[in-house]
Ligand binder design. Structure first.
Ligand code: GLU
Length: 550
């Protein structure tokens, strides 16, 4: 009996690996094209870090004329959650990170290098495991959980590394005859890789992001095929990224320490290893300490959170590029109107230590993004969001024509309004423009410098009776505001006031604040002229009279 017989006994059905090598040939792509992938496990909600990886992988593929695919890593079937795959597919779709190949729904896929779901690739993994056994580089292991546990305890007591290696790898030196006999006796087993490594030798790995990293060689005989016949992550990675002809494995840096093992697997199988780019996690600043953005503690870790509060996906992507490449910010300043796909992204410039997540910055970017939308788009996006999350907003948006006018205030200008960071903000930004909401709210008027009741009434009375004319253009309107100030003994110009402040009770700005607060109950609003213009005469007069009669 030799290893060939052993392999045949374990995997009698498996096809020769040549079959798969031919079925999935080298890709015919231009020199330098990056083939990369997003390879999530459907075990929980889509994490912002996952989206970040997908965005980086997709950007690299796009930039080089390569391929980006989505592979579902579902070999740990106990941990799988309901709708896991659908959530992943939809999240990518929402963010317009569309894979060229791979799963497009829970069950459908596109591309010639599939199946793209690992649970459907069992026979492929087994073919390669069989090949490993034939070469004497893998073997069945009969140790059960209790034996392994006992071994671990012994290792701990002896103060040595735990694991299945060297003298501890009990089954590695069994004779083929004995292995065959034990299998024929019906003993349970899994398949292990026979590592040729030695812990006292070093290897150097050149990571695309992390640069040179030195490791001891791997000497662990890791499991490659589990008791359920499915592969472990390590073995699936070897087989899949080889057969899918991945050139760049772009993944989370939690896998960096597995690189010595992965390089060894590629080497022993006789495959060319891909390049590795290990992305540092997105960090959060908590009381001055940096920690990983946590699935449990931080709502913003979930991609779904951004939809819930209504941050446009475009803004999230733009923010992620911002933390990925620090020169993005300057580029954006210089190219305010370009699409993010025009940015020359450099993967090797990504942070080695982990970028800090900053919600304020993200919202600032979102404000910019939204400020460039036209009113129609803001209306449509807010409406879609409101349908799912906010009935009151939905109710006020019901008047489409008027709402678009409201949302158009200070929009489409060189310095457009920047007060909306997310659709959740829209209601608060516009609600005072709707009479039924304005007259029914109990908000206090919060006047500023001029807050004497009689003075306020005097200002408002004179304004409506003498100066307010709905038909005025902006210049005339403003001129009249100044006339009003002057007639009441205030300075016409702020500059004038500043030169001799003791000469006046206040200036034009104080007067217009009174009108602004009277009409909106707010001190900060977009352009008052535009607001009054959109409200129209009836509403403006009613609002002012309400205060006069108070
Ligand atoms: N399924 C692995 C994970 O979610 C994939 C890692 C990789 O990209 O290779 O962590």
């Amino acid at each position: 009996m030799d290893y060939k017989d052993l392999a045949e006994l374990i995997f009698p059905e498996a096809k020769p690996v040549e079959y798969y090598e031919k079925k999935y040939p080298e890709r015919n792509l231009p020199e330098g094209a990056v083939v990369s992938r997003f390879a999530p496990s459907p075990t929980g909600f889509v994490h912002i870090g996952g989206l970040y990886q997908a965005l980086v992988a997709r950007t690299m593929a796009k930039k080089t004329g390569g391929v980006f695919f989505l592979r579902i890593e579902d070999t740990d079937q106990k941990r799988e959650i309901e709708n896991g795959v659908t959530d992943i597919v939809n999240s990518l779709k929402d963010f317009d990170i569309i894979p060229d190949e791979g799963m497009i729904t829970d069950t459908e896929e596109v591309g010639n290098y599939g199946p793209y779901k690992q649970s459907l690739r069992k026979d492929i993994y087994q073919a390669y495991a069989k090949h490993f056994i034939e070469m004497g580089k893998a073997y069945p292991c009969f140790c059960n959980a209790d034996e392994l546990e006992e071994m671990r305890k012994k290792q701990e007591a002896a103060g040595v590394r735990t694991g299945y290696y060297g003298v501890w790898s009990k089954c590695r030196n069994l004779s083929v005859d004995e292995m065959v006999q034990r299998i024929n006796n019906g003993e349970k087993y899994i398949v292990r890789f026979k590592s040729p490594g030695r812990e006292d030798r070093k290897i150097r790995h050149k990571d695309v992001i992390k640069g040179n990293v030195d490791f001891p060689e791997n000497d662990q005989d890791i499991v490659i095929i589990k008791a359920d016949g499915l592969p472990t992550y390590h073995f699936a990675h070897l087989v899949d990224d080889h057969l899918m002809r991945t050139t760049h494995v772009i993944r989370s840096d939690e896998w960096l320490s597995s690189v010595p093992l992965h390089l060894q697997l590629y080497n022993e199988m006789g495959f060319k290893a891909p390049k590795y780019a290990h992305i540092s996690p997105i960090m959060k600043n908590e009381n001055g300490n940096k920690r990983k953005l946590s699935k449990r503690k931080d709502p913003e870790a979930a991609v779904a959170y951004y939809e819930e509060i209504g941050v446009p996906n475009e803004a999230v992507k733009e923010y992620l590029l911002n933390i990925a490449n620090s020169n993005f910010e300057l580029w954006r300043k210089q190219n305010p109107d370009k699409g993010i796909e025009e940015f020359d992204f450099q993967i090797n410039k990504m942070s080695v230590s982990g970028a800090l997540f900053d919600m304020v910055k993200l919202q600032d970017i979102a404000k910019n993004v939204i400020s460039k939308y036209n009113a129609e788009k803001v209306y449509n996006e807010s409406l879609e969001w409101a349908k799912k999350h906010d009935n009151e907003l939905l109710e006020i948006l019901n008047d489409k024509e008027y709402s678009i006018k409201v949302l158009n205030i200070e929009r489409g200008k060189t310095k457009p309004r920047r007060d909306i960071a997310k659709w959740k903000d829209v209601k608060d930004c516009i609600i005072y423009m709707y009479d039924n909401k304005f007259f029914s709210n109990n908000d206090e008027y919060d006047f500023d410098k001029i807050n004497d009741k009689d003075e306020i009434k005097k200002i408002l009375k004179l304004y409506v009776s003498k100066y307010y004319d709905e038909a005025d253009d902006q210049t005339t309107w403003f001129g009249k505001m100044k006339d009003l100030a002057e007639e009441l003994g205030y300075a016409r110009e702020v500059k004038e006031y500043k030169q001799e402040p003791e000469k006046w009770p206040g200036h034009i700005g104080d007067i217009s604040t009174v009108i602004r607060v009277a009409i909106t109950k707010r001190r900060n609003t977009p352009d008052l002229y535009e607001i009054m213009h959109v409200l129209g005469r009836d509403s403006v007069e009613k609002r002012i009279e309400l205060l006069i009669n108070k």
